[in-house]
Design a protein. Sequence first.
Length: 250
Amino acid sequence: MTVIVVVALYISLIKNHINALLAYGIFGAALSAIFFILNAPDVAIVEITVGAAFIFFIYLIAMKKVGKIKVYYVLTPYLVEKKQNTLTGFEFYIIDKFVELKGLEVEYIQVEENEAIEKLEKDGDVLIGGHTNTGEKNIITSKEILPTKILSVGNPKISSYGLFEDDKDMKNDLENFNDDFLIDLIRYKYLLYLGKTFENNEIGEYKTSGYKFVFNSKNEFLKEEFDEFIDDLKKNSQEEYQEMIRRYIG
């Protein structure tokens, strides 16, 4: 009985779906043992075969079918990068840790910024890659995963690659920022790394903002689970969170 109570509490509190399913199997086996001890072997057999084994595999098959998500990513300096054919970066670390915790299978697909939202709405689950704000109707954004600032260079008429503004156009080529524009802090840092100078333009703070993950509106539950995850990471794993910022962003 103690095992049943402990396992039941564990199942109700655990956030990892696979671990919860394994615990459910243990719960069914323990319950079957109790039935056997209480001289009900027929009920014990039914419980172990149906309650513990059959239902366990039904849930496992169901999780395999719905437990795979499609993550679209836009290559973004420091946040989502590809080095030696391997994805890395701060945002990739965050999403990879999340799917591992939830026991989800994930397919990562690279997209260009100008097609990212359309693909996400069509058949994607999550979009990552330095997004701060969106004006789209069929998508939702997570809580802030990293604070940032939006800078104005000169007299802004366009926005930077990856920055969504309802009344601005998007520019895709980081190499050709010669005019006035808006840009987020990380991409500005990358331009400086490339050796860009802005001697003829005044640089000021346009607004404070934050990087967020973008979810398909059909995945409200997944977005809520991610929000809980990022809150927990910031609150209970503050050292790890800060270490990842230092490692990938500096």
